[in-house]
Design a protein around this ligand. Sequence first.
Ligand SMILES: Nc1ncnc2c1ncn2[C@@H]1O[C@H](COP(=O)(O)OP(=O)(O)OP(=O)(O)O)[C@@H](O)[C@H]1O
Length: 475
Amino acid sequence: MSSGRGTRGAAPSGPRAATVEPTLAAILGRFIAPRLTHGRRLCVALSGGLDSVVLLHALSRLRAAGLDCELSALHVHHGLSPHADAWVEFCQEFCRRLDVALAIGRVQVPPDSGEGIEAAARRQRQAVFARCEADWLALAQHRDDQAETVLFRLLRGAGVRGAAGMPDERSQAAGPRLIRPLLGVSRATIAAYAGEQALSWVEDESNADLRLRRNHLRHAVLPCIAQQFPAAAQALARAAGHFAEAAQLLDELAAIDRLLVVGAHGRIDLRRFNLLSEARARNLLRHELHRAGMRAPETRWLDEALRQLASADAASATCVGTVDGALHVYRDEIHVVRQRPPIPVVPLAWHGEAQLAWGADRLNFAAATGRGISRRLLADAAVCLRTRSGGETLQPDPRRPRRPLRKLFQEAGVPPWERDRLPLLCCGERVAWVAGLGVDAAFACAGGEAGVVIALESGAQPRIEPGLESPPAAA
Ligand SMILES: Nc1ncnc2c1ncn2[C@@H]1O[C@H](COP(=O)(O)OP(=O)(O)OP(=O)(O)O)[C@@H](O)[C@H]1O
């Protein structure tokens, strides 16, 4: 919901024949009922605006008519507008009348995140959606929203995936699956339902602001198109379906191509990749970035990446950065590395904890006997974890000489960009253990002695799902 919602909207009241309700009920029933076999908890994301008010009302009617679900609602209070508390009250009153449990998620939107206040609010809202305890979270976007989204994205040069618009169902990195049951329903039908049921809702003043390009499309461009093409919204939504199917085919082709060019470590083999046609190579790269949870790259970026990959060789390290990470070539394989949270810049003291966070990863310390690092030897000085600063050496094998970490990392095949992220456990000035390389012989635990075994567990990388790529269309 936008930050500038102030006034209330209401459909002209008065008794009318319920002509829209059966149609909407049938559409929603067909969409929702089969899904409930996978989970009955259905929550509606209720902004208080016309669309989500209608969605919740129609679903509560379906529940009364026997739809077997646990219906609830979730309102996100962004605290940005002076009206925010009034919207909460509106949602509370509306849900009370419908006998639907309402949860309020309060968020604080940072004013200076650099992405703009609307985008920051959307991000916070999505975080609340991810914590929602339901099987399904229903958003109220409809067919005209879909048409706007497609047109808007095309005008910004979208590819096939972007032009596919909003999916009617998708998973989130965590939490319930998002569904859009009204995606096939027109705005006019929703408004007619509200009129028929004499519903009221809150209005978003910012929706009328024609300086926002999206609103300009809605209020000025699309009505103008509709004069010549009365079924424009329907046609654009249908086109979105065609694009979605094409996007699926491209994904399937990328999966096949991946099998053709995959190397021994499950990564793409550079030489085989360079044998693909340019279009297929481009498609596979897009797919790989998407798989790694990164946003769709710009055409310019893809061109540059292909150019560099075509001239990369085993000896040179290639790195092409994206907004979300980088593409590296190491030992003839392509590594797609998503940007990760920073790791500690100052040494991190270890006082015997079983776990310590290391950036997005975790260090686990397990007690052992006769294995790992000797507890006795660690007691000699303060123990801390840090990254390498240059010049450190290690002797993992007592039969071989002590050698620089750089050499040992090379020998172990640890890629250069990982080396500065790996933790070293130091006892005073001396290095006792290095992730990926092991325990220094001078600190090795003797048989029968108390030791500690350290494991670096990599944290899950949340995925960016389609639909989050293009902010204006996302919930
Ligand atoms: N503050 C909010 N709390 C809960 N859900 C929200 C909120 N804002 C938006 N949503 C959900 O996301 C959908 C899309 O939001 P968007 O801001 O694009 O539309 P909207 O104009 O708020 O729609 P509506 O008419 O339903 O209010 C909404 O239909 C609603 O389901």
